[in-house]
Design a protein around this ligand. Structure first.
Ligand code: OXT
Ligand code: ADP
Ligand code: MG
Length: 578
C-alpha cells in the first residue's frame, strides 16, 4: 500500500513515475525465472491475468477442468525440472487443482499451484464472500509449502520462495495464494522491477559424504546377488549417463520401476524387468536409486522379498526416507547425479563382477518370461484381448522410441507396463505413487507441449473418462496426441451383473460405446479398431500425421481381471469367505 501512496504523491508533484501493478509483476517474475508456460482454467479473479500473460509471451493453456491442468503442470515439472505452473480461480477451482498438487507432492514432482482468492478481510471474518475459502489453510497439509502474497512489492520474493520450495531437496508441490486485490495493486515500476528475484541455483547439488559412498561400495562389493532398483527419482534427476555408467561398470542387474523404464533400454542385457519376482526374492544386496520402499515394492519385506537375508543401500535426496520401512545399511544422501558419479568414481578395474551364477539365473528367468509372452503378443483375435492389442503398440514404440507413452487403467496399465518396452529416459508417464486415474489427458497435453514429441496415450475406458473432456483441448491446440481407449465396457471387465435390481452393476459402462466419436465432435480423427491390424494402421497413421486422434480399441469384455495385478489389495469380505 505504501508504495502505491508514494507513487500517487509523486504523480501529484508532477514527476509522473512509471507505474506497474500486481498483474505485470507476477508475469515479469515468472518470465524472469524462465517459467513460460501456464496450465489452467480462467475465471474471477484471474481471467485478465491469463490474457495479459498470453499477451506477454507466456504460453497459457486453457483446460476444461483444473484437475487436468494440475496434472499437466505436475508432469511438466517432472519432465523439465522446473516447477510446472497451474493457475486456478478461487475455492472450487482451487480445490479442483488441489488433487493434482497433492499428487505432485506424493510423486516428488515440482509444481506450483497459483490460485486467485477472495478478499482476506471478508474470508477471515467468514462474511460470505464470492467463492469464500481459507485456501492457504486448506492447501498446507497437502503440499510441501504454501505462501500468500498480500503486497505487490512481495511478489518477487513470494515466487522465489515458491520456486525454491518446489525444486530444492525432494521436489514437490507448492501453493501460492494470490488474493484478488493483489493483482490490481499499483507501485512504482522501477521499485517493482527491483523487487523481482531471479532464483540462483534453485536446486543446489547435494554432495554425498565420502564415508557414505565408501560404505555403500563396500556393501555392494561383498554382494553375491546384487540388484539395482531404479525409480522415477532417478529418471527425474536427468543423470542418465552417470546411471548407465554405474550399471555397466558394476555389471549389476537393474530393475526399473514403472516410470524409470527406458532410463536404460528395457532390452539392455542387464535389465531384470522381466525377471522381477526372481530378483526381488533372491537378491542379497539391493541398491535403491530414487525409489522408495513403499507399497509398490511391498515395503521391502514379506513374501515378495523371499527368505534370503537382504541388505539395502539407498540413494535419495531426502534423509528422512532412510529406514522408513526397513533398515538401510548404507544410506547415501544427496542428489542422484552427485551420488552416482561418486559411486562410479569408486568402481575401478579391480571391481569384482557379480557372480556369474547370479547374472545367469537372472538372464535365464528373463528369457523364459519373454519367450512365454511372445506368442500371446502375436495373436490376431477379434475381439482383441489385451496382449493382441498391446503387441501392436509394443512394435510401434520400438519403431518410434522417442514418442511419449502415457498409460492408465488397471489391466490396461499393468499389462502395458510389462508388454511395451521403453528405450529412452522419461518417455513412460503413468499413474505413479497413488495409482491415480485421471492423469491421462493432462499428462498427454503437457508432454506434447513440453517436448514437442508425438504422444501415445494408452487408456482404460474408465481411466479415460476421468479426463476425457480434454480431447477438446487437444483439438483446440492441435496437439500430436493419439489416444487409444481400451474399451472393454467397464472397470476391469465389462461383464459384471447386478442381480439385485434393474440398475447396472457398479463396474460396467454403456456397452459398445464409441469413444472415437468424442474426438470427431471436435474436429479430430476418430477410428473404431476391432482387430490388431486395424489398430496398428490407425496408430501409425496418427503418429505420422500428428493429428489429434482417438482410437476406440474394442477389447473382449471378459479379458481383464479385477484390479489388474493388484487384486490382492482389495479387502476380502468376511461374509463372502464364509
Ligand atoms: O517375475 P514374474 O514372473 O512375477 O513376472 C513379472 C515380470 O517379471 C513380467 N514381465 C515380463 N515378462 C515378459 N516380458 C516382459 N517384457 C516383461 N516385463 C515384465 O511380468 C510380470 C509382471 O511384471 P510387473 O508388472 O513389473 O510386476 P508386478 O508384480 O505387477 O509389480 C507389482 C507392482 C505393484 C509394482 C505393479 O503391479 C504396479 O506398478 N502396479 C500399479 C498398479 C496401479 O497403480 N493400478 C492403478 C490403480 S487400480 C484401481 O485403484 C483403479 N480404480 C480406482 C480409482 C483410482 N485408481 N483412482 C481414482 C482417482 N479413482 C478410482 C479405477 C476406477 S483402476 C480403475 C479403472 C480401471 O478400469 P479401466 O477401464 O481404466 O481399465 P481396465 O482394467 O483395462 O478395464
Ligand atoms: P518409484 O515410484 O519410481 O519407485 P518414488 O517416487 O517412490 O519412485 O521415489 C522417488 C524418490 O526419488 C523419492 O524418494 C525422492 O526423494 C527421490 N528423488 C527425487 N529427485 C531426486 C534427486 N534429484 N536426487 C536424489 N533423490 C531424488
Ligand atoms: Mg476398462
Amino acid at each position: 500500500m505504501s508504495a502505491m501512496v508514494q507513487s500517487l504523491d509523486a504523480n501529484q508533484a508532477g514527476a509522473e513515475p512509471e507505474l506497474t501493478d500486481g498483474f505485470h509483476l507476477i508475469i515479469d517474475a515468472l518470465k524472469l525465472n524462465g517459467l513460460d508456460t501456464i496450465y489452467g482454467v480462467p475465471g474471477i479473479p484471474i481471467t485478465d491475468f491469463g490474457r495479459m500473460a498470453q499477451a506477454a509471451g507466456i504460453r497459457v493453456l486453457s483446460f476444461r477442468h483444473e484437475q487436468n491442468a494440475g496434472y499437466a503442470a505436475s508432469i511438466a515439472g517432472y519432465l523439465t525440472q522446473k516447477p510446472g505452473i497451474c493457475l486456478t480461480v478461487s475455492a472450487p477451482g482451487f480445490l479442483n487443482g488441489l488433487t493434482a498438487l497433492a499428487h505432485a507432492t506424493t510423486n516428488c514432482f515440482p509444481m506450483i499451484l497459483i490460485s486467485g482468492s477472495s478478499e482476506r478481510e471478508i474470508v477471515d471474518l467468514q462474511q460470505g464472500d464470492y467463492e469464500e475459502m481459507d485456501q492457504l489453510a486448506v492447501a498446507k497439509p497437502l503440499c510441501k509449502a504454501a505462501f500468500r502474497v498480500l503486497h505487490a512489492q512481495d511478489i518477487g520474493i513470494g515466487l522465489a520462495r515458491a520456486i525454491r520450495a518446489a525444486v530444492s531437496g525432494r521436489p514437490g508441490g507448492v501453493y501460492l495464494d494470490l488474493p484478488a486485490k493483489l493483482f490490481g495493486q499499483v507501485m512504482d515500476a522501477e521499485a517493482g522491477a527491483k523487487s523481482l528475484v531471479k532464483v540462483i541455483d534453485a536446486a543446489p547439488a547435494q554432495l554425498p559424504a565420502p564415508a557414505a559412498v565408501k560404505r555403500a561400495l563396500d556393501v555392494l562389493k561383498d554382494a553375491k546377488r546384487p540388484l539395482i532398483i531404479l525409480g522415477k527419482g532417478a529418471a527425474y534427476a536427468q543423470a542418465d549417463d552417470a546411471i548407465r555408467q554405474l550399471v555397466e561398470k558394476s555389471g549389476i542387474p537393474f530393475l526399473p520401476m514403472s516410470m524409470a523404464k527406458g532410463l536404460l533400454p528395457d532390452t539392455h542385457p542387464q535389465c531384470a524387468g522381466a525377471a522381477r519376482s526372481t530378483v526381488l526374492k533372491d537378491s542379497d544386496v539391493v541398491m535403491l536409486i530414487g525409489a522408495r520402499l513403499n507399497w509398490l515394492l511391498s515395503h521391502g519385506k514379506g513374501k515378495n522379498w523371499g527368505d534370503a537375508p537382504k541388505k539395502f543401500v539407498q540413494i535419495d535426496i531426502e534423509p528422512k526416507e532412510m529406514d522408513s520401512n526397513v533398515e538401510i545399511v548404507a544410506p547415501v544422501v544427496g542428489d542422484i547425479g552427485s551420488c552416482v558419479a561418486a559411486l562410479v568414481a569408486g568402481i575401478d578395474g579391480a571391481w569384482p563382477a557379480p557372480p556369474a551364477d547370479w547374472t545367469d539365473a537372472v538372464a535365464k528367468k528373463r528369457e523364459e518370461n519373454v519367450a512365454k509372452m511372445a506368442p500371446r503378443l502375436m495373436n490376431n483375435n477379434v475381439p482383441m484381448d489385451y496382449h493382441g492389442a498391446l503387441g501392436v503398440l509394443r512394435t510401434i514404440i520400438a519403431e518410434r522410441p522417442d514418442a511419449i507413452l502415457i498409460n492408465e487403467g488397471a489391466n490396461t496399465l499393468d499389462l502395458a507396463r510389462g508388454v511395451i518396452d521403453m528405450y529412452q529416459p522419461r518417455k513412460r508417464l503413468d499413474v505413479g505413487t497413488w495409482g491415480v486415474m485421471g492423469i491421462g489427458m493432462g499428462y498427454a497435453i503437457a508432454a506434447a507441449i513440453e517436448t514437442g514429441k508425438p504422444v501415445l496415450a494408452v487408456e482404460g475406458d474408465s481411466a479415460f473418462g476421468f479426463s476425457g473432456m480434454e480431447v477438446e483441448t487437444i483439438c483446440r491446440y492441435d496437439l500430436p496426441v493419439c489416444i487409444v481407449v481400451f474399451n472393454n465396457n467397464g472397470i476391469y471387465r465389462g461383464t459384471d451383473v447386478n442381480n439385485a435390481g434393474a440398475d447396472p452393476a457398479t463396474t460396467v459402462f454403456v456397452k459398445d460405446a464409441r469413444y472415437d466419436r468424442m474426438m470427431e465432435a471436435f474436429g479430430g480423427v476418430g477410428v473404431n479398431a476391432t482387430s490388431p491390424d486395424e489398430l496398428k494402421r490407425a496408430v501409425n497413421a496418427a503418429m505420422d500425421s500428428r493429428k489429434p486422434t482417438l482410437i476406440n480399441a474394442v477389447i473382449d469384455p471378459t479379458a481383464g481381471s479385477e484390479s489388474g495385478r493388484i487384486g490382492n489389495l482389495n479387502p476380502q469380505s468376511a461374509l463372502k469367505k464364509k
